[in-house]
Design a protein around this ligand. Structure first.
Ligand SMILES: *[C@@H]1O[C@H](CO)[C@@H](O)[C@H](O)[C@H]1NC(C)=O
Ligand SMILES: *[C@@H]1O[C@H](CO)[C@@H](O)[C@H](O)[C@H]1NC(C)=O
Ligand SMILES: *[C@@H]1O[C@H](CO)[C@@H](O)[C@H](O)[C@H]1NC(C)=O
Length: 137
C-alpha cells in the first residue's frame, strides 16, 4: 500500500493489490521455496476484511515444477477457517477441481505466513488426492 493511498473504508473496501510471494515447503521462513504465489486481490466486503482473489501458484521446483495451480474465491482474512476453490491449471493440474483450506500462521503489518492444505480431484487416476502439500507463503 503506497504512502499516498487514500483508504476511507475500515475494511479497505475497493483496494486492489497484486502480490508475488514465495511458496515454501513449511512455515519456517527459511524452508525451501517451491514456487510463487501470484495473485490479484480486491478488498470486496463492506462488512469485514475480506478479499476476492484471482490466484496462481506457479511451481518452480519439486514434484509440480512447471505446473501452475489456478485458484479463485473469497478470503475473509480475519477468520480462523477459510476456504477457496481450485479451478484448474496447466501441467499436472489440468482439469483440477478442489479446494484450499487457508489458515494464518503469523501476521504483522508488512508480513504474513499462511498455511494451505490443498485437496483436489486427480483426473488422471480418477481418485481424490490431498493434501498435496502444506504450502506456505
Ligand atoms: C524446474 O523446471 C525448469 C524447466 O523445466 C528447469 O529449468 C529447472 O531446473 C527445474 N527446477 C528444479 C529445481 O528442478
Ligand atoms: C492479524 O493477527 C491478529 C492477532 O495477532 C488478528 O487479531 C488479526 O485479525 C489478524 N489480521 C489478519 C488480517 O489476519
Ligand atoms: C493441514 O493439515 C495438517 C495435517 O492434517 C494440519 O495439522 C493443519 O492444521 C492443516 N492446516 C490447515 C490450514 O488446514
Amino acid at each position: 500500500m503506497g504512502p499516498n493511498a487514500i483508504i476511507t473504508s475500515p475494511t479497505f473496501f475497493g483496494l486492489v493489490l497484486a502480490f508475488d510471494d514465495p511458496v515454501r515447503k513449511g512455515p519456517n521462513p527459511n524452508s525451501e521455496i517451491v514456487g510463487w504465489a501470484q495473485r490479484l486481490v480486491v478488498f470486496a466486503s463492506l462488512e469485514e476484511i475480506s478479499l476476492h482473489m484471482t490466484y496462481d501458484i506457479v511451481f518452480t521446483s519439486g514434484e509440480f515444477n512447471g505446473s501452475t495451480l489456478n485458484l479463485v474465491g473469497r478470503n475473509p482474512l480475519t477468520r480462523d477457517y477459510r476456504e477457496f476453490s481450485v479451478v484448474g491449471g496447466p501441467g499436472a493440474f489440468q482439469l483440477a477441481r478442489g479446494f484450499v483450506v487457508d489458515r494464518t500462521v503469523f501476521n504483522s503489518t508488512y508480513d504474513a505466513i499462511f498455511e494451505y492444505n490443498v485437496t483436489q480431484i486427480d483426473h488422471a487416476s480418477g481418485s481424490t488426492v490431498g493434501p498435496i502439500d502444506n504450502n506456505k507463503e
